[in-house]
Design a protein around this ligand. Structure first.
Ligand SMILES: Cc1cc2nc3c(=O)[nH]c(=O)nc-3n(C[C@H](O)[C@H](O)[C@H](O)COP(=O)(O)OP(=O)(O)OC[C@H]3O[C@@H](n4cnc5c(N)ncnc54)[C@H](O)[C@@H]3O)c2cc1C
Length: 542
């Protein structure tokens, strides 16, 4: 039974599990081989790493060993492996929970004077090493923002709502629901991630096609930096110089602590319906997605799985729920079965409008020889979309490891980038005679391109450090392939510590230097999260 106690060393809440279906186990055995040794369930006991002294701060500091353990790493695969197996290289020296922006400013001042590093912590759901504590000569303090939560202002006429940084996804929607409003920001980590974390990482929710990314929602911000406070009041638009909001968005806690965000909100939709379809192949599927987006039809979500991911979806029962075995037989009769690609498309709003939009989706699918599956696969997906992350923990229990990475490319390059990345990831462990299975879907479509999201699976190695080394080998190969292909290191996960060694290839020498200059100005002594974004050291294996 799910509790409200957050799991340490794994996704989500204690008691919640998402076991793989027998078909998925059979699929993994076929694609990567029999499982390796199962990983210990965890969490491990906190390691004996004494807390170094911290200065007296404006807020109480916890040095409780479980609190330090729960705040030493984020939610990447390697973080979970370390937290389950006890291979923890460093713990924070304390966890502090300020109540307001004034307390944040005082803490930053005291830590700066005392040479303490400070890591802002929202939901701790980073999958890029963004909140990870690095063994360092300086003490490390986690600035846990959970007490700074809630909606502080609402301007219903302008559709603007101001939130404190530690407000989680469900708390945002609950506060807005009372006023029949929604933010519409639903990253898969929605249950645990926070407003401050979304802004700091330039997050994208699953319905970004309709509601936009977080940067489309941010109207105003407040940032507290060691050098002072930056107030950026809400503006519908402005031509008064470069937009400083864009400098805060994606700053990953390196420039300052986001203490408030004013977000654009909308009327709560009467209904959300997601339908499924099968397309005869990836090329036809990409044409459908692009045509739908360019047509301007008010869809909120379009997501196209490649053939591998479609087969996996069948294995976990998603498309099977729509009687897809029949559809597959039908496609097989056309000689196209194995290449079939699952498409989900959805819309939110008044029921009649949603129905019209979906009719447009169906017409486009049929124009490309696709088969409409109706609303059942979409219902299945909507029901389980926040449960899928639990699958990783169940697979580690069995001896398989899985992780994800993502990018974005212009339409003209999407298919080629997918092929290059699949080849780089699938072949990354070939030297060690290990297979990697790779799935991809195209989502978050724009008029000029879309995001590509890869999920990969491999066998756990004989010991956890060797499993981490396998993961790091895949990550290096993938990051190199991304920069070689000239596409972005991340569409929505951010840079963190793990993509930072490749960041200069993304931003250019001058671009990186501009950001380093901003960091030096806002945070002259490198107090805040110093190893994300701009520190090029490879920390995949620590
Ligand atoms: C299962 C899973 C699914 C995910 N799905 C998505 C998805 O669909 N879309 C998506 O965009 N991301 C996704 N992510 C990645 C992650 O959830 C996002 O990056 C999210 O925005 C992080 O929010 P957080 O509150 O957990 O931030 P944290 O993980 O706590 O912090 C992330 C970074 O932001 C900094 N930070 C946090 N709060 C502040 C603040 N107030 N001021 C300054 N800096 C701050 C931290 O120091 C760190 O560098 C997923 C992650 C997981 C584990």
């Amino acid at each position: 039974m799910q509790t409200t106690t957050r799991r340490i060393g794994g996704w989500g809440f204690e008691g919640e599990v998402y076991p793989p279906s027998p078909q998925l186990v059979e699929w993994l055995e076929r694609r990567v081989g029999p499982p390796g040794p199962p990983l210990a369930p965890g969490p491990c006991q906190p390691p004996q790493l004494p807390a170094r002294p911290l200065p007296r701060l404006a807020s109480d500091v916890s040095s409780d060993s479980r609190d330090r353990l729960a705040h030493c790493r984020g939610q990447g695969l390697v973080d979970v492996i370390r937290l389950r197996s006890g291979l923890i290289p460093a713990l924070p020296d304390g966890v502090c929970r300020p109540a307001d922006a004034a307390a944040v400013a005082a803490i930053l001042g005291e830590c700066r004077r005392a040479g303490v590093r400070v890591i802002p912590w929202g939901g701790g759901t980073s999958v890029t090493g963004g909140v990870n504590v690095v063994a360092d000569s300086s003490p490390v303090l986690i600035l846990e923002l959970e007490r700074m939560a809630g909606m502080s202002r609402l301007d219903p006429v302008s559709g603007l709502a101001t939130f404190s940084p530690g407000t989680t996804g469900p708390a945002v929607e609950a506060a807005l629901a009372e006023h029949r409003l929604t933010l519409g920001h639903f990253p898969q980590s929605w249950e645990l991630s926070t407003v401050g974390g979304w802004v700091a990482t330039r997050s994208a929710g699953q319905e970004s096609l309709g509601y936009g990314r977080i940067e489309d929602m941010v109207a105003g911000l407040e940032l507290v930096a060691p050098a002072g406070r930056l107030r950026l009041p809400e503006r519908p638009a402005s031509a008064a110089g470069p937009d400083l909001r864009q400098l805060v968005l994606g700053s990953e806690g390196r420039f300052g602590v986001i203490t408030e965000a004013t977000l654009r909100v909308r009327a709560r939709p009467a209904t959300t319906i997601v339908e499924g379809a099968l397309l005869p192949g990836l090329a036809a599927g990409l044409d459908v997605v692009r045509e739908l987006v360019v047509s301007g039809a008010p869809l909120t979500l379009v997501r196209l799985s490649d053939a591998n991911e479609t087969q996996m979806a069948m294995a976990i029962g998603l498309a099977a729920s729509a009687g897809a075995s029949l559809v597959r037989r039908y496609l097989a009769l056309r000689g196209l079965g194995e290449e079939a690609c699952l498409l989900l498309y959805g819309s939110s709003g008044e029921r009649a409008c949603v129905r019209d939009v979906l009719l447009c989706g169906r017409a486009t699918v049929r124009a490309h020889r696709g088969v409409v599956l109706g609303a059942r696969p979409g219902r299945h997906w909507l029901r389980d979309r926040f449960r899928h992350p639990y699958l990783r923990e169940s697979l580690l229990d069995l001896g398989w490891a899985t992780d994800t990475l993502e990018t974005a490319a212009p339409w003209s390059a999407v298919a080629a980038v997918r092929e290059q990345l699949v080849a780089a990831i699938a072949g990354a462990l070939a030297g060690g005679d290990e297979r990697v299975a790779v799935l991809c879907h195209v989502s978050h479509p724009y008029r000029d391109g879309a995001s590509l999201y890869f999920t990969f699976f491999f066998r756990c190695a004989a010991d956890p450090e060797a499993t981490i080394a396998r993961w790091a080998t895949v990550k290096r190969a993938a990051s190199q392939a991304l920069v070689d292909a000239g596409v972005t290191l991340s569409h929505h996960h951010g840079v963190g510590q793990w993509h930072a060694p490749w960041f200069e290839r993304e931003a250019g020498v001058l671009g990186r230097r501009v950001l380093a200059t901003v960091a030096a100005d806002m945070d002259p002594d490198g107090t805040l999260n110093p190893h994300v974004l701009l520190d090029p050291e490879d920390r995949l294996e620590v």
